[in-house]
Design a protein around this ligand. Structure first.
Ligand SMILES: NC(=O)c1ccc[n+]([C@@H]2O[C@H](COP(=O)([O-])OP(=O)(O)OC[C@H]3O[C@@H](n4cnc5c(N)ncnc54)[C@H](OP(=O)(O)O)[C@@H]3O)[C@@H](O)[C@H]2O)c1
Length: 165
């Protein structure tokens, strides 16, 4: 995988799959922004990314909170000028019998796994990405939907074209 110079955000990039992706992206040449709610965890990953010679930001942000997501995107744009890749990795799961599942936990799961993806995708799609610039830069935009989620037209082939050099 070659991601030389790509500016990427990995939500929930402090632990587990997100951390693994963050380091793999950095190894592949990307600059990597990691966010989560735990400052200490994301700073550790940030340090590992910079030790690989890549630029990085560790941003405390709750993907369920619109203002925090907007602030994260602004910081990335201020620092790097654009965003090429968004990985909506932050998520939560609570395996338990349905009778133990409270409404609060249900809301947390949906807020994190659905609303968080919506907020991050919308925030990134709204400002920094310009279709023509995307084409010029051959940047890729990876999330649950392809770039053309902005137009509402699903173009799986476009995402594949951008992701596969
Ligand atoms: N591991 C699996 O087998 C598996 C299978 C299917 C799907 N998945 C999905 O893959 C993703 C990663 O899984 P994982 O096993 O690596 O999970 P994990 O270790 O629990 O990591 C989740 C990360 O998301 C962050 N996060 C959670 N809620 C957040 C929020 N509201 N705002 C910002 N960050 C938040 C967490 O950090 P903080 O809590 O510090 O914010 C944590 O760094 C999740 O979406 C998960 O549902 C995993």
């Amino acid at each position: 995988m070659k991601l030389e110079g790509k500016i990427s955000i990995i939500t929930g990039g402090a632990t587990g799959l997100g951390k693994a992706m963050a380091l793999e992206f950095a190894n592949a040449g990307a600059d990597v922004v990691v966010c989560s709610r735990n400052k200490a965890n994301i700073e550790k990953v940030h340090n590992e990314i910079t030790a690989l010679g890549r630029r990085s930001l560790a941003i405390v942000a709750d993907v369920c909170v619109k203002e925090q997501v907007a602030n994260m995107v602004k910081k990335v744009i201020d620092e790097f000028g654009r965003i090429d890749i968004l990985v909506n990795n932050a998520g939560t799961s609570h395996s338990m019998p349905i009778l133990d599942l409270t409404e609060d936990i249900w809301d947390l799961i949906l807020d994190t796994n659905l609303k968080g993806v919506f907020l991050c995708t919308q925030a990134v799609a709204d400002k920094p990405l310009d279709h023509e610039k995307m084409e010029e830069a051959k940047s890729c935009y990876y999330t649950l939907m392809g770039w053309d989620s902005k137009t509402g037209i699903p173009l799986k082939e476009k995402v594949e074209e951008l992701l596969i050099p």
